[in-house]
Design a protein around this ligand. Sequence first.
Ligand SMILES: C[S@@+](CC[C@H](N)C(=O)[O-])C[C@H]1O[C@@H](n2cnc3c(N)ncnc32)[C@H](O)[C@@H]1O
Length: 355
Amino acid sequence: MPVPTETKTEKGFDEKLLDIYNGAATTLMIAVGHRTGLFDKMAEIGAASSEHLARAATLNERYVREWLNAMTVSGIVKYDADQKIYTLPPEHAQLLIRKSGKDNLAVFAQYVSVMADVEDEIVDCFHKGGGVPYSAYKRFHEVMAEDSGQSLVPVLLETVLPLVDGLDRKLEQGIDVMDIGCGRGHALMRMAKAFPKSRFVGYDLCDDTVAFASKEAKERGLNNLSFEVRDVSALGDLEKFDFITAFDAIHDQAQPQIVLNNICKALKSTGTFLMQDIDASSNVEKNLDHPLGPFLYAVSCMHCMTVSLSQNGEGLGTMWGRETAKTYLERAGFKSVEIQKLNHDIQNCIYVAKK
Ligand SMILES: C[S@@+](CC[C@H](N)C(=O)[O-])C[C@H]1O[C@@H](n2cnc3c(N)ncnc32)[C@H](O)[C@@H]1O
């Protein structure tokens, strides 16, 4: 894809642009490698020819070979041309296989394909306004659950809940907990299992995700947990809950201020609201060095902002940032708002808010 000379505006920008395109294309290939289990299989069997790997993974050899070549030229896989053998170095495998848990970055590559799936609809919105609804994203809830299932759920009890003083003891004794925008509900399931005397409820707008969560909770025998299809912008609960959580679920709301007002009203006077959201500034000029800046503004435009706009919402966007989040929380009635950062998470911060 040659860049015409007259479009070169600064030295090196042409190379930068090509790097961006190569990175984007490789990201799609990483998503494919994750979904087909090819990275896991490569780490398991070690150095292998395309035939060997395809057989071990029960996949089509021609596709596997082309994928391996894409992985080779992008520097992810090493290739021995004499023996026609491919190797995934252990230090690369560490960041690409399921066994690595929260270190597995391959999961995030899938967001690019999730977004690309609605490109036509987004282009249409650039012309006509409006937004793309949740229902248009075929794999969003699946990928989101996989993401939070590895980045949040395994560390929830160990590092996230301890951010609230004395919460563990209260959960052990038995309190009422609500999760807003619970998705497939794995965070709640982990809490419900660990604290059988407490009562948990998860609300989500999407009926398919609530059906998924309800079925799994039943299969796991979690009787202290229920899920409901509910629009939290019309919550109506008063001083009912001791602890409310929202994991990545406020910035894509249609009416985020109303939702936060409702959360504050639904919380008992001694209760706590824990909100995990994107760690960024509300001002783009302060996000120039953000390690995920381009990725997160793209996710915003192609998902979080547009799902809100599709409901005639505010379209706050993924990058609403710490400054705006704090203002919204205070406006909702929270008198104390602390922002905490967890070492393992470059993407999010945690707001601990009290009335
Ligand atoms: C980014 S996802 C996060 C899901 C989940 N908390 C997790 O971490 O896996 C946001 C969730 O909020 C839900 N949601 C959006 N607006 C909502 C509303 N008004 N009422 C209830 N749920 C809503 C969406 O359906 C989606 O499942």
